[in-house]
Write a protein that binds this ligand. Structure first.
Ligand code: 6GU
Length: 235
C-alpha cells in the first residue's frame, strides 16, 4: 500500500514513521511512505507558498497552485486519481471503521495544512475525504496524518506479526482491553489475579471478558451501550 503525504514538513513525517512497526513495514516493502514537499511546487522565486486571505482576517493561507501541483505530480505518476484525505479539525472524526475502509485502497494521499488553512479552490479540486482526529486544535495536519497512516498500516496484511495481530482483537470487538500482567507474580505487595496463574483457559477467557466489560462500562459508557445493543446482551 502506498501513502503519499503532501506537506511543508516532509522530515516530520518521514522521521516519525521510519521507526518502530511502520519503519519495519517500509523496509519489508509492505508499505511505501513518501512525503512530498509542497514548497517544491511553488513558482514564486522566494518559494512562498502562502499569502494573505481575501477579505482580511488573521494569518496566512496556503495558496492553491503549489498544493494542486503537488497532488498532480502524484496522480500523474500513479496514472489515476487517488483518494485524497485532508486533515482538518472540521473533518469527520477518525475511527477504526474508517481505518478499515482506508486500508482497502492501493494508494492514499494525505494533505496537511498549515498557517490558517488552504485556499478553498485547492480543496474543492482534489480532496475526497475530510478527516479530524478529535476535538482539539493542532498546529498542522502532520501529526494527524501520521496517526491515520499508523492505524491504517497495521491493517495491511503482513505488517503485524502474529503476536501483534492477536493484540488487535480487543478493540475491534468494540470493548477496551482487559488488564495484563507479567512477572513477578508479586510486585510491591500487589498480586497478579489468581485466575491468571490457574492455567484454566476457560476461566481465564471468562475473567478477561468480564474485565473488558467492566472497564468499558466505567471509562467508555458510549462504547459499552453500543456493545450491549449489538450483542443483545442483558448482563
Ligand atoms: Cl486533522 N488538524 C488540526 N490542525 N488539528 C486537529 C486535527 C487535524 N484533528 C484534531 N485537531
Amino acid at each position: 500500500m502506498n501513502f503519499y503525504v503532501l506537506t511543508l514538513f516532509p522530515d516530520m513525517i518521514m522521521d516519525g514513521l521510519r521507526t518502530s512497526i511502520t519503519g519495519r513495514a517500509m523496509e519489508a516493502g509492505l508499505i511505501h511512505i513518501e512525503a512530498v514537499n509542497i514548497r517544491d511546487f511553488t513558482k514564486d522565486k522566494h518559494k512562498h507558498v502562502d499569502d494573505y486571505p481575501y477579505g482580511g482576517g488573521a494569518g496566512m493561507l496556503m495558496q492553491a497552485e503549489p498544493v494542486y501541483l503537488s497532488y498532480e505530480s502524484i496522480a500523474e505518476r500513479i496514472g489515476r486519481k487517488p483518494r485524497v484525505i485532508f486533515l482538518t479539525p472540521q473533518g469527520k472524526t477518525f475511527n477504526q471503521d474508517m481505518a478499515k475502509e482506508f486500508a482497502l485502497e492501493e494508494d492514499l494521499v494525505f494533505l496537511c495544512g498549515h498557517y490558517e488553512g488552504i485556499d478553498e479552490r485547492a480543496l474543492e479540486s482534489i480532496v475526497t475525504d475530510y478527516v479530524s482526529i478529535g476535538d482539539y486544535v493542532l498546529t498542522g495536519g502532520e501529526l494527524p496524518a501520521m496517526v491515520v497512516i499508523d492505524s491504517v498500516s497495521r491493517l495491511v496484511p503482513g505488517v503485524l506479526n502474529n503476536d501483534e495481530s492477536a493484540q488487535t482483537e480487543s478493540f475491534s470487538d468494540g470493548l477496551l482491553e482487559y488488564p495484563q500482567y507479567t512477572r513477578p507474580a508479586n510486585y510491591k505487595g500487589m498480586e497478579v489475579p489468581e485466575v491468571l496463574l490457574s492455567g484454566h483457559h476457560g476461566n481465564i477467557e471468562k475473567w478477561r471478558h468480564e474485565k473488558s466489560l467492566e472497564r468499558t462500562k466505567k471509562y467508555r459508557p458510549d462504547l459499552y451501550e453500543k456493545y450491549m445493543a449489538e450483542n443483545n446482551n442483558n448482563s
